[in-house]
Design a protein around this ligand. Sequence first.
Ligand SMILES: Nc1ncnc2c1ncn2[C@@H]1O[C@H](COP(=O)(O)OP(=O)(O)OP(=O)(O)O)[C@@H](O)[C@H]1O
Ligand SMILES: [Mg+2]
Length: 319
Amino acid sequence: MDQEKMGKFIAELRNEYGYTQKDIGDKLGITDNSVSKWERGINAPDIYYLKELAEIFHVTVQELLNGERKFKKKEVDKEHHHKVLEVKNLSKSFGKRKILKDITFDIYEGDIVGLIGPNGAGKTTLIKTILSLYHMDKGSVKICGHNIKKELEAALSQTGSIIENPDLYQNISGRKNLKITALINNIKDNDYIDAMVKFVKLEDRIDDKVKKYSLGMKQRLGLANALIKRPKLLILDEPTNGLDPMGIKELREILKKISHEENMSILISSHILSEVENICDRILIIDEGVVNSEFGIEEVKYKNISLEDEFFSKTKKDK
Ligand SMILES: Nc1ncnc2c1ncn2[C@@H]1O[C@H](COP(=O)(O)OP(=O)(O)OP(=O)(O)O)[C@@H](O)[C@H]1O
Ligand SMILES: [Mg+2]
């Protein structure tokens, strides 16, 4: 963290929004002198004030710490900062075994949320239950305000997903797969299909039969397929499975880009902590069917703790 750079950035944002130092001080319940000290790089705000400042200026805490915007300015209207996914007191058993235990969390527009937890923790079950592929015992799931029990079609029309392996027709070309998805979802814009193909870098192979694709190519096609209907919520269960380091890097860039350009929310489960740390804004740790920790990634970075330590401290080791 470059304190001086951060200070200048705070001053810049304050001017952009037309606030005085006193306005900011009043909002935070501190003196204008303290704000002035931050801006001159004499002091740095602690995490509590950083979070408040990030809210006021519609930037992330990480951007404040870096002293610059990472992405182009997002027009965030707090009034319409929609909840894209609402999971409330969700429980699910298989036979007598309780797999998900009273899970509650929300995902807002544009959030990239990482779901991490040991093998068998319940990640895939949670994702499948959210998508109504499994029946829940108790609780509720709303996608863009639509309750999956009452308005399943409306809820799923806002959702794109890849669970375990992408759902693709193997005996036809990649392009035909995308066209079928477009047809089902009433999307007539062929240019958009082409744009998606380019986006996932499959231009050269898109007219080959899917069965001839490598695993990584199938993953990319699966992603294009999930994005065709421009979902508000994208759910990916271990999307980096089978991707090479280059593919992982590209996927990360694609997801960040699409989330910021389209304001899409993403729920992504992964075992690769460094990836999650790189891409996500928020993390949920699930262990034995319980979400026992939820935090912003900037907290990890700011406190200088590693996600790995956090993971081990929040999951039971003696299994
Ligand atoms: N269809 C099923 N029938 C019975 N039990 C199941 C079923 N699917 C999953 N389970 C059990 O539910 C628990 C959670 O499994 P789940 O696949 O959700 O874990 P996960 O967190 O996705 O693990 P991984 O990291 O290995 O993918 C496991 O104990 C598993 O055996
Ligand atoms: Mg799984």
